[in-house]
Design a protein around this ligand. Structure first.
Ligand code: IMP
Ligand code: MG
Length: 191
């Protein structure tokens, strides 16, 4: 290829925390950890429903489910906690209600990052109200010590410092989701 496409994203990134190879390796491990919990062997319908929280979880979801060779359904929900240019959490707003099979099923909520825990708390309550048999959650990233102790993730990819990060699905003002690594946004972009 003679003329590679110009990169409009990298100049806005201060530093990369996890490159795509590191993410890929960790997602594969997470897949194994999760499958070990839900895979009950041949012929045993485990009744698993993944509940990805849109939009941040889409890339993590796409990679994670291909590391889970077990029967599953998907029921999406769209919650916005950081609308527009916000880098501090607001009250979670449900933009699309939980759509899919949850009652009587084992539910694994999937999100990109656990920060203040407001989003996960909201979705956990929704799933419980719909009569799930069990509720667990998997997040790619977690900012430790920020969420209250009752809002916890069962599967965590990486713990990170309390920084605003983008890439691999995570956004700022709905941009940078397609950045293939996870990086810290330059302060000049948000100011
Ligand atoms: P929480 O409700 O504060 O735990 O935040 C969780 C949601 O906010 C996630 O679904 C993310 O989409 C978003 N979020 C939290 N921290 C960040 C960040 O550092 N970068 C981008 N999005 C974030
Ligand atoms: Mg989100």
């Amino acid at each position: 290829m003679k003329n590679p496409a110009p990169d409009r994203l990298t100049p806005d990134i201060d530093r990369v925390l996890f490159d795509r190879q590191a993410i890929e390796a960790r997602v594969r491990e997470l897949g194994r950890e999760i499958a070990a919990i839900y895979d009950h062997g041949p012929g045993d319908e485990c009744g698993l429903t993944l509940v990805p929280i849109l939009s941040g979880s889409v890339i993590f979801l796409a990679d994670l489910i291909r590391e889970l060779p077990i029967k599953m359904k998907i029921a999406v929900v769209h919650v916005s906690t950081y609308p527009g240019t916000a880098t501090q959490p607001q009250s979670p707003r449900v933009l699309v209600e939980l759509a899919g099979d949850v009652a009587g099923r084992d539910v694994l909520i999937v999100d990109d990052i656990l920060d203040s825990g407001r989003t996960l708390r909201r979705v956990q309550a929704m799933v419980q109200e719909r009569g799930a048999r069990s509720v667990r959650s998997a997040v790619l990233l977690r900012k430790p010590g920020k969420a209250p102790p009752d809002v916890r993730a069962d599967f965590v990819g990486f713990d990170i410092e309390d920084l605003f990060v983008v890439g691999y699905g995570l956004d700022y003002d709905n941009h940078y989701r397609n950045y293939p690594h996870i990086g810290v946004l330059r302060a000049t972009v948000t100011s």
